[in-house]
Structures are given as structure tokens and as C-alpha cells.
Design a binder for this molecule. Structure first.
Ligand SMILES: [Zn+2]
Ligand SMILES: [Zn+2]
Length: 128
């Protein structure tokens, strides 16, 4: 973890991520912390944690921004190329990082800076 200042609000947000295996949407986080901090504070903390390489974000099928902890050391905004896909369950809404590395191909004469792959379907709890 980098140089981020650990205010109480930052700690509370980090804690929410450390207690779950899944990703959390901005909607859910704003609702969860609405007694403690306002929406723009939540957004600012998420952006700072992403800048610091602690969290990464992606867009779900619902158009919401989702955040999850980065497990890769040395992850930062400018270094998200060895990326993993995300999975969103259509039945229960569970959204998670998949522990699969998808190598991003080199594209001639292009500079690829980010990539995302969202798999949508039914999670292990809903598939049976
Ligand atoms: Zn599910
Ligand atoms: Zn992820």
C-alpha cells in the first residue's frame, strides 16, 4: 500500500473491502456510509485508493462503477495491463474478480492503456 493518508473515513471504506470477497458498487458504498460521510467523500476516497493502486474499478452491466481490492502488488492506475476479467451474476447481482489472467495482445502502432472484460451469467450459488 502506498502513501495514502489513513483518515477514519479511508479506513472505514478499506474495511468494507477487506471484509468481502466480492466487488462493491458505488451505489452500495454510498448507501452503506450515508451516516458517516456524503456521496462526494465516498467518491473521492475511492478515486484516491484507485490512484494509489489499492483498488481497481470497472463498469458493470448495470452501468454502475464497481470497485474491488487489488491483490497484485505493484498495481497502479498506469499499470493495469495484465488484467483479469470480472463476473456479474444476473440473478443475485454478486460481482467478483475472477482469478484468471488474460494477456492483453500487443496491437501494432497502438498504445493500450487499459482493458476490461465483463462476464455475465449465474454465479456458483445461483447456477444449480
Ligand atoms: Zn448469483
Ligand atoms: Zn478485479
Amino acid at each position: 500500500m502506498g502513501i495514502i493518508r489513513k483518515t477514519r473515513s479511508v479506513k472505514a471504506v478499506l474495511n468494507a473491502f477487506e471484509r468481502t470477497e466480492t466487488a462493491l458498487s458505488t451505489l452500495e458504498l454510498v448507501e452503506r456510509f450515508n451516516h458517516q460521510m456524503n456521496r462526494s467523500t465516498v467518491y473521492r476516497i475511492l478515486e484516491r485508493l484507485e490512484d494509489d493502486g489499492v483498488l481497481h474499478s470497472f463498469t458493470g452491466q448495470d452501468g454502475l462503477t464497481w470497485y474491488a481490492l487489488c491483490h497484485d502488488d505493484g498495481c497502479s492506475r498506469s499499470h493495469h495491463l495484465d488484467t483479469h476479467p470480472h463476473f456479474q451474476c444476473r440473478e443475485c447481482g454478486k460481482t467478483e474478480c475472477l482469478p484468471i489472467i488474460i494477456p492483453i495482445p500487443e496491437v501494432a502502432k497502438h498504445s493500450v492503456e487499459s482493458a476490461s472484460l465483463l462476464l455475465v451469467g449465474r454465479c456458483s450459488d445461483c447456477v444449480s
